[in-house]
Design a protein around this ligand. Sequence first.
Ligand code: ATP
Ligand code: MG
Length: 293
Amino acid sequence: MSYSRAHKCVILAQDFYLMIKDFKRTKLMAKIIAVANQKGGVGKTTTTVNLTASLALVQKRALLIDLDPQGNATMGCYIDKHELELSVLDVLLADADIKDCIQKVEKIGFDVLPANSDLTAAEVELMNIEGRELRLRNALAQVADDYDYIVIDCPPSLNMLTLNALVSANGVLIPMQCEYYALEGLSSLIETIDQVKSSVNPNLKIEGLVRTMYDPRNKLSTDVSAQLIEHFGDKVFNTVVPRNVRLAEAPSHGLPIINYDRSSKGALAYFSLAGEVVRRVRRETKAKRTAAA
Ligand code: ATP
Ligand code: MG
């Protein structure tokens, strides 16, 4: 059967429309990065806040989600965790509209879905809810087109909150302190990522490992760093975040490092990390488009 010219034109127009729709979808959907490591105090929150701030600085529309009852990321984003009317808890448990819970923080240039210690209750209460691991993902679907990047600060444990982050994300960024026990526990995080990937979230991958609080004069740091590169190759970001007192001071002013001391070594490191992340994501998007063509 031969198609008429008009019919062929219609088919071409339909193909073109679908292509544009696909192009828009890849372009508009936010890159969602979970910053996770069940080891405590390795720089998850510092990385989440300062990576998001650096992305915002290069005009990316960014949302930070605090998924840790400690509320440290919230406090580091010029929000008082003790004064929250709505928080991520209301999104997870009370079916609140996520748009009502997000705060626009003019001073830092990006949006925040805050948290405080009330979130501790979520862990237990989520257990009684069907589809508990999908709560955040379903809520994020409503705002994913409003942002270029969504960065999630996870608590220091592989609990239901971290699981919600991994189910929502398409990339995991793992901050690592290059010290003796650094690799311990990493295998259970990777196992969990693999499980989530093979069950509910095939798009999940390790975005990269970032070395934090790095001291190049310390032999142990350089040894562990070499070990990381041997195991994970180019998954290890080139950027190394040095130990820098300005990074530790900034949260006490409720500010990302870029707003506190833009010329510090810490600020430059996170700016460089954001550049690497953007370039990796650009490469991924290009590869996806090529594969879809
Ligand atoms: P938790 O597991 O408790 O959530 P975390 O992994 O989020 O901790 P952070 O809170 O980011 O870790 O960092 C732990 C401490 O180290 C904080 O006091 C922070 O200010 C400090 N810190 C983080 N990164 C650096 C750095 N590069 N230089 C100096 N201090 C840092
Ligand atoms: Mg933290």
